[in-house]
Write a protein that binds this ligand. Structure first.
Ligand code: E4P
Length: 217
């Protein structure tokens, strides 16, 4: 499963990228706001750090304006993925931009039927938001499972990008189902390395090592 980082924080992206943990980046208007930076400038910097797909989201609501914004964002770098909302206008823009050979990430997906439409419109990625469904006491992980089944039934090549990941359990669950990609905040990706038994085991080894009185170097 590919790991995308869900942030516009260039330092956090760079740190994880140095460890080989970054296959791509996703941003959205809220993350651009959080960064406090200009969308074009920060997106260009991210594209200079990461070689994989970098999602940059349009903010227009009407198809022609979305297409114009998408074309402008795509000029930033070759690895830009134009992010479009799952509306009829977004699907129209998806059809046009994917037809031009641009990568497209259709976002704000909350149902398997929406994911089916995105695949038919030629999306490179579909982003089901699992955390926001869980927030409403619905099952976000089940949505990933349903989309996996539907895409596999018909051989759609659109990649399932599990988004709105809130916990390390989400990561494991979507990996077991076979999501192609997951995007998570840097803190969640870092937490994947933690386990209380690792900490406890290391503490014991260090205590015993100190008693040997030895040094390796
Ligand atoms: C990524 O593409 C999405 O915009 C993001 O994962 C949404 O996450 P949130 O629901 O935590 O805002």
């Amino acid at each position: 499963m590919k790991f995308f980082v869900d942030t516009a924080d260039t330092q956090a992206i760079s740190d994880l990228n140095d460890l080989g943990m970054v296959d791509g980046v996703t941003t959205n208007p809220s993350l651009i706001l959080k960064s406090g930076r200009d969308i074009i400038e920060v997106t260009r910097e991210i594209c200079g750090i990461v070689t994989g797909p970098v999602s940059a989201e349009v903010v227009a609501l009407e198809a022609d304006a979305m297409i114009a914004e998408g074309r402008k964002l795509a000029e930033i770098a070759e690895n830009i993925t134009v992010k479009l909302p799952l509306t009829w206008d977004g699907l129209k823009a998806c059809k046009v931009l994917s037809g031009e050979g641009k990568m497209v990430n259709v976002t704000l997906c909350f149902s398997a039927n929406q994911a089916l439409l995105a695949a038919k419109a030629g999306a490179t990625f579909i982003s089901p938001f699992i955390g926001r469904l869980d927030d409403m006491s619905l099952d976000g992980v089940e949505l990933i499972e349903d989309i996996r089944t539907i895409y596999d039934n018909y051989g759609y090549e659109t990649e399932i990008l599990a988004a709105s990941i809130r916990s390390i359990n989400h990561v494991q669950q979507v990996a077991l189902i076979g999501a192609d990609v997951m995007t998570a905040p840097p803190e969640v990706i870092k937490k994947l390395a933690s386990h209380p038994l690792t900490d406890k085991g290391l503490e014991q080894f260090m205590a015993d090592w100190a008693k040997t009185g030895q040094n390796i170097l």
